[in-house]
Write a protein of this length. Structure first.
Length: 326
């Protein structure tokens, strides 16, 4: 399996995953023309896509979905709440939609897509676990305000993890955003900070994890090296050999490639997944090297930790409720 981040940040998000000659687009947060341009830069033709999976209806995730679906006759996969509130979808595109439900895996041209509910200020947002035809597993949690027990239970036994590191807390506090927007971003239904993402990594580590991608960085309230440093420190504490990369807003990444797991690794992963907590699903040219490799490979045996309790809501000095930057 290989993965390319076409772009990630508050202005647009899209990821292409490929295995066995088959390709799937995760989110379509740029215009159709821009997505086609970025796909071409990583050597992919838009007409070769099997479909578009949309995590939620915010513009930085759904902007190009309508035109892509109509132009290339692609199915759009999204939850009912997302489809209902995605007001930019035309009738023609809606006829090509397929409804997702949290906890119900869907097969898309050999890929198995497992959506799971996440805490974000959208109608029915989901994170995704995508199992490729070769057995590799990708997890995407791009917009979530807190580390919910459900999300962390689903993001288990992955080869590649795309995890939101949206903002640096100090930059958010002292930044130019209005106070009400700062409240939204930092709330339990807003966006995950560098520190909160890094603090939760210990629970997601496994023998097969090879890459952690810092995803959905704010251009105003974060810097790539700050996100990378937090994540690298967290992996070093646990002795994980996983490499760290950073998705860029403006330039597609190089391909991140992982080899298919061995039979023994698949058996170990299956056992680990069987032991995970049972939780209710519905509650709780050539591309520029824009994926910055931010960590060396590290060799050690990491420790497994029991799931932690729900983290407290981040406080910026004022009580608040829901939110999100994009």
């Amino acid at each position: 399996m290989r993965v390319a981040v076409l772009g990630s940040g508050s202005q647009g998000n899209a990821v292409v995953v490929e295995a066995g000659g088959k390709r799937l687009l995760l989110d379509a947060g740029f215009s159709c023309r821009e997505i086609e341009k970025r796909l071409a830069r990583v050597g992919v033709a838009a007409e070769s896509l099997a479909g578009v999976v949309v995590t939620h209806e915010h513009r930085d995730h759904v902007r190009g979905a309508d035109r892509l679906a109509r132009r290339w006759r692609l199915p759009i996969y999204a939850t009912g709440g997302t489809l209902e509130h995605a007001h930019g979808l035309s009738d023609a595109a809606r006829r090509q939609t397929r409804t997702l439900a949290s906890g119900v895996p869907v097969e898309v041209d050999g890929f198995v897509v497992e959506p799971f509910a996440i805490p974000h200020d959208a109608a029915e947002p989901v994170g995704l676990v995508v199992t490729a035809p070769d057995g590799c597993r990708l997890g995407l949690a791009g917009d979530l305000g807190s580390r919910s027990r459900l999300a962390w239970a689903r993001l288990a036994e992955l080869d590649v993890l795309l995890l939101e590191t949206n903002h640096d807390l100090d930059m958010l506090r002292s930044g130019p955003y209005p106070w009400v927007l700062k409240q939204r971003i930092a709330s339990r239904h807003g966006h995950l900070s560098n520190r909160d993402a890094a603090d939760g990594l210990a629970e997601l580590l496994c023998d097969r994890l090879r890459w952690v991608v810092c995803y959905h960085l704010s251009q105003t309230n974060n810097l790539p090296h700050l996100a990378a440093e937090e994540v690298v420190r967290a992996l070093d504490r646990e002795g994980s050999p996983a490499a760290v990369a950073i998705g860029d807003q403006d330039t597609p990444s190089e391909w991140i490639e992982v080899a298919p797991p061995t039979v023994a690794a698949l058996a170990e992963s299956a056992a680990a997944l069987a032991d995970r907590p049972v939780l209710p699903f519905a509650a709780a040219g050539s591309p520029a090297p824009a994926v910055e490799v931010a960590a060396r490979r590290r060799r050690a045996v990491f420790r497994r930790r029991p799931p932690r309790q729900e983290p407290p809501t981040l406080q910026l000095g004022l009580d608040f409720a829901f939110g999100g930057e994009g």
